[in-house]
Design a protein around this ligand. Sequence first.
Ligand code: TYM
Length: 330
Amino acid sequence: MKRIVSGIKPTGELTLGNYLGAMRRWGEMSANPDHEHFFFVPNLHALTVRPEPKTLHTDSRAAVAWLLAMGVDHDHSYIFMQSQVPAHSELTWILNNYTTMGELNRMTQFKDKALKSGAEGQLVGLYDYPVLMAADILLYDADEVPVGEDQKQHVELTRDIATRFNNLHGDVFRVPQPTVQSEGARIMNLQDPAKKMSKSDTDDSGNILLTDDEKTIVKKISRAVTDSGSVVSTGADKPALTNLLTIHSILAGKSIEELEAAYAGKGYGAFKEDLADIVVETLAPLQKHYHQLMSEGNTKIDQALEHGWWRASELANAKLAQVKEILGLF
Ligand code: TYM
């Protein structure tokens, strides 16, 4: 049976980037009974930003609620909390011995984050982050890992680690394939289109949060930076409009060319108004479902975690036992 694995890190509120680059198809995908889907909450990865414990707890449950609200809610799809399956941590230690510092030095996410923080922020956890990700994926013999563009390099490293291990020890791990959507794989910040929309930003003015209400969405989109000129079109010299058109195109199910034609001669104002409407319309039913789940005293969230934990543990523990036996660990 084909397995699909991906995760949403609980560091701050989820953004429209997470939705468009990754989660928007997860509900529909997970309805396929011929595949097993594991969508988990990598709360151990979140420790790399040392969140407030209470915030981490709330964000983690919120991530589960979003997954359910997106429609990941079937007997054969599983949501779980990474920290509840200790095999992730144990396999990470093992895989650390199959990963070189040279490989980790090349990870662009680490380079970006390490550059932003001083020596104090250059944590071993941040450096080792991609190896924990490799463990997340390899424990489940994932065939596919649906991610946005920024995580592709990590999945490629996972492939290298798996191949190296297999070459030395036989056919132990399935080598996974990253699946990156052709549209929306890299949604940019509305205030700075050179930077990706990110939930860990402290300033949210350029990020549309999945919980933003109508007023906030309208405000953020109307204030989004635009490029010089007034023609609604994409282009290398139009990073802001390219980003806004991409968002509009995905949500409206129309091609960029159709939208360019529809807004010819209309200017940025009308375009932004319609974009705000379509973002609001798309998020409204998901938000309703999300708020309902969050206010239900967590019953549905707990049930989903219990169901996911059971199956995830079964697979992860079996894979870890196999690896330990091969390596002479007991
Ligand atoms: P995270 O939580 O940062 O993001 C979750 C998913 O959303 C995608 N994404 C975006 N896509 C388009 N535009 C954006 N601006 C944007 N921002 C985020 C991400 O690519 C991702 O697919 N390390 C991972 C979590 C993780 C994981 C895993 C994923 C841990 N272990 C194993 C897959 C498999 C992360 O921080 O994603």
